[in-house]
Design a protein around this ligand. Structure first.
Ligand code: AN0
Ligand code: CP
Length: 315
């Protein structure tokens, strides 16, 4: 596997999931595979889970890791060509990415959607530039349009907890005070549909996701209807794709509460985290045994380990 930025980069999805469970059950079985190799991780945005779980995954494989926070412990980067660099950015992505490519063997990049220009975000300019300029394999740590390490961990979690062969998986929009990217719901739709699950997406009018990700899902603006018989409730806020980056609703009736969970088929509650309590979901949901968010976050380690393991083998 030469890069891991989207599902289409994965030559064999089933095999990768199988490997992720192998890593979950035998985390120490590949201790020397990455000896002498360095993983670089570049963060344009904050992170708890991705930063630490990917570091742990690399360490378990014997790799060394260097994490860089843009604008904090490495220079602020200019990503546009042809600009006169008289503002905040001290370094251009052209030099920075090329230099990183000489220091590390695999490069992880977190660069969220900026939510100003849909075409620019959906062209994945920052990720593409790093891939092209660094010359080393790229792992997405959440890009403008996708979060594949999250999705792989989400699939592991569903496979681990499912009671039916083809579970009903409901991705529901929920309220949040800030405009958030579509990356997590896009990826979640991409991976769950590929798995053949019964995927239902619920959101208020105007929150339709890019159809390239949601083709094949049942889409509704009636959350209660969607939750009826759900095995997994995956809550997430996102900003509008159509009216790009805008908050169109903060309707608290979309919050996941015990009453909403009661509509499900004893469904489990999932969220990628970080979650704002009593916005996306109430305390009672997050503190109930139906919530599997911590188990879901724990699966980020074997998910990242399986991806790095597969990449190390093709270095
Ligand atoms: C980010 C998002 O919605 O994409 C990261 C989620 C993993 N969330 C926030 O910025 C709160
Ligand atoms: N779920 C997730 O990616 O969390 P972080 O933003 O903390 O990495």
């Amino acid at each position: 596997m030469k890069q891991f930025t989207k599902l289409a980069d994965v030559p064999d999805r089933e095999h990768l999931i199988e490997r992720a469970f192998e890593c979950k059950h035998s985390p120490h079985a590949w201790r020397t595979l990455g000896n002498g190799r360095i993983l670089g991780m570049v963060f344009f945005n904050p992170s708890l889970r991705t930063r630490v779980s990917t570091h742990r995954a690399a360490s378990l494989l014997g790799m060394d890791v260097v994490a860089m926070t843009v604008g904090a412990d490495v220079w602020t980067l200019e990503t546009r060509d042809g600009t006169i660099m008289d503002a905040a950015a001290a370094e251009h992505i052209r030099e920075a990415a090329a230099v990183m490519g000489r220091y590390v063997d695999v490069l992880g990049i977190r660069a969220f959607a900026r939510l100003h220009d849909r075409l620019e975000d959906y062209a994945e300019t920052v990720l593409e530039r790093f891939a092209e300029l660094s010359g080393v394999p790229i792992v997405s740590l959440e890009s403008a349009t996708r979060h594949p390490l999250q999705s792989l961990a989400d699939i592991m979690t569903i496979e681990q907890f499912k009671r039916y062969e083809r579970p009903r998986v409901v991705l529901t929009w929920a309220p949040h005070p800030k405009a958030l990217p579509q990356a997590v719901p896009n990826s979640f739709a991409e991976w769950t549909l590929a798995m053949g699950y019964d995927v239902v997406i619920a959101h208020p009018p105007g929150y339709e996701l890019d159809e390239r990700f949601t083709n094949g899902a049942a889409i509704t603006t009636d959350q209660n209807e969607a939750l009826d018989g759900a095995d997994f409730v995956y809550a997430k806020n996102w900003s509008s794709y159509r009216d790009y980056g805008k908050i169109l609703s903060q309707d608290m009736r979309w919050q996941i509460t015990p009453e909403k969970m009661a509509l499900t088929r004893e469904g489990y509650f999932m969220h990628c985290l970080p979650i704002r309590r009593n916005m996306i979901a109430s305390d009672a949901v997050l503190d109930s045994p139906r919530s599997i968010v911590v188990e879901q976050a724990a699966n980020r380690v074997p998910a990242a380990q399986a991806v790095l393991r597969t990449m190390l083998e093709s270095l």
